[in-house]
Design a protein around this ligand. Structure first.
Ligand code: SAH
Ligand code: SF4
Length: 372
């Protein structure tokens, strides 16, 4: 008969409060929590025996009860433009992806919050995959841990290789609220990754009650995936709109912004799909709609993936849309496509280990990934 061992506590998955409670429960002082956070998240150490500012006794006590489970990287690849993608195995069978995008003065890590996504936006490969499960706090912060360690160990003190984190990988972060907020708190903790709240961004398709909940616990940067200037079109592209229509969404964003200590301009993400939402009439409607909210607009030319009938608009159409909004006074940027040769671009993340150099294997792999 199979013997079941009690699973050890995973210290990677505990936020500061949970760590403090844990230490109190084993008759230790709560300040130990900060020491552990520093070891794991500031120094990148996963071996309790190396935590030399804890007494040998305490280390042994901890090793008997706990461990630090690090994500299992099953594939990593660097794109021609320097974008790096990791595929990580979570649990028994699920695969998630994260992407690091280096630029001149910053490096942005794009983190996943769920395996798949239930929102099912019509243009998104992750959505088309369906929803498998939420990631735990350990699996979310573990992505940042892996990326930070990829710059080499021991980590240089105060090295800030990753300057920005965006919750724009797989999944809808506000539908996995507690673990996402817990992980973001570790990202901004000075004893951990020390990122500024303005540089940790949660992107949402618009889960209105959760935006209100978020305003009560944090003031990290919030971006809204709008993608359409009216409810009729948004119902089609972002089906959650039927539940939380545009005006309700914008009202909740206003409440969020009001709750922040500093003045905020909200970033509105707008995917451009050829012939669907990229006309000048759409730009006009969008510019009228956003008059009510200080916003800047980030245009994302649609990235193709297998099984989608949508097309990327021509560069001219994208520029025309941008110019229209700029004329109306909106700061409007175009998100450059990074890492698409390794299927690491926005909307291409489905948890698969293939790339263009292995294009022929792709459909085979996708079937395998789905069947896993
Ligand atoms: N669920 C959240 C966060 C993850 S989606 C949200 O929707 O905001 C991450 C980003 O990728 C979103 O801005 C989304 O609009 C974009 N995206 C999804 N599919 C895409 C595609 N096929 N091409 C380009 N961008 C895409
Ligand atoms: Fe989910 Fe975001 Fe993709 Fe929509 S765009 S299906 S909310 S991951």
């Amino acid at each position: 008969m199979e013997t079941k061992f009690k699973e050890k506590i995973n210290l990677m998955g505990l936020n500061k409060k949970a760590l403090e409670d844990f230490f109190v429960s084993i008759d230790e002082k709560p300040f130990r929590a900060t020491q552990i956070i520093k070891w794991i998240h500031q120094r990148g150490v996963s071996d309790i025996s190396q935590m030399t500012d804890l007494s040998k006794n305490l280390r042994e006590k901890l090793m008997a009860k706990c461990e630090i489970r690090v994500p299992e990287v099953v594939y990593e690849k660097t794109s021609k433009d320097g974008t790096k993608k990791w595929v990580i195995k979570v649990g028994e069978k699920d695969l998630i992806e994260m992407v690091l995008i280096p630029e001149k003065n910053r490096s942005t890590l794009c983190v996943s919050s769920q395996v798949g996504c239930a929102v099912d936006c019509s243009f998104c490969a992750t959505g088309k995959q369906g929803f498998s499960r939420n990631l735990g706090l350990d699996e979310i912060i573990g992505q940042v841990w892996v990326a930070a360690n990829s710059f080499g160990l021991p980590r240089e003190p105060n090295s800030r290789h990753i300057t920005n984190v965006v919750m724009m990988g797989m999944g809808e972060p506000l539908l996995n609220f507690e673990p996402v907020v817990g992980a973001m708190n570790i990202m901004t903790d000075d004893n951990a990754y020390g990122l500024s709240k303005r540089k940790v961004t949660l992107s949402t398709s618009g889960i209105v009650p959760k935006i209100d909940e978020l305003s009560k616990v944090t003031d990290i940067a919030l971006t809204i995936s709008l993608h359409a200037p009216n409810d009729k079109l948004r119902d089609e592209l972002v089906p959650i709109n039927k539940k939380y229509p545009i005006q309700e969404l914008l009202d909740s964003v206003k409440r969020y912004v009001d709750s922040c200590d500093d003045k905020r301009v909200t970033t509105i993400e707008y995917i451009l799909i050829d012939g669907i939402n990229d006309g000048l009439d759409h730009a006009e409607e969008l510019s009228e709609l956003l008059k009510q909210l200080p916003s800047k607009i980030n245009l994302i030319p649609f990235n193709a993936f297998e099984g989608s009938n949508y097309l990327k608009p021509s560069g001219n159409r994208v520029k025309r849309f941008q110019a229209f909004l700029q004329d109306r006074g909106y700061v409007t940027t175009i998100r450059s496509t990074r890492g698409d040769d390794i299927m690491a671009a926005c909307g291409q993340l489905v948890g698969q280990v293939n790339d263009r150099t292995r294009r022929k294997e792709r459909s085979k792999n996708q079937i395998k990934t789905k069947a896993l």
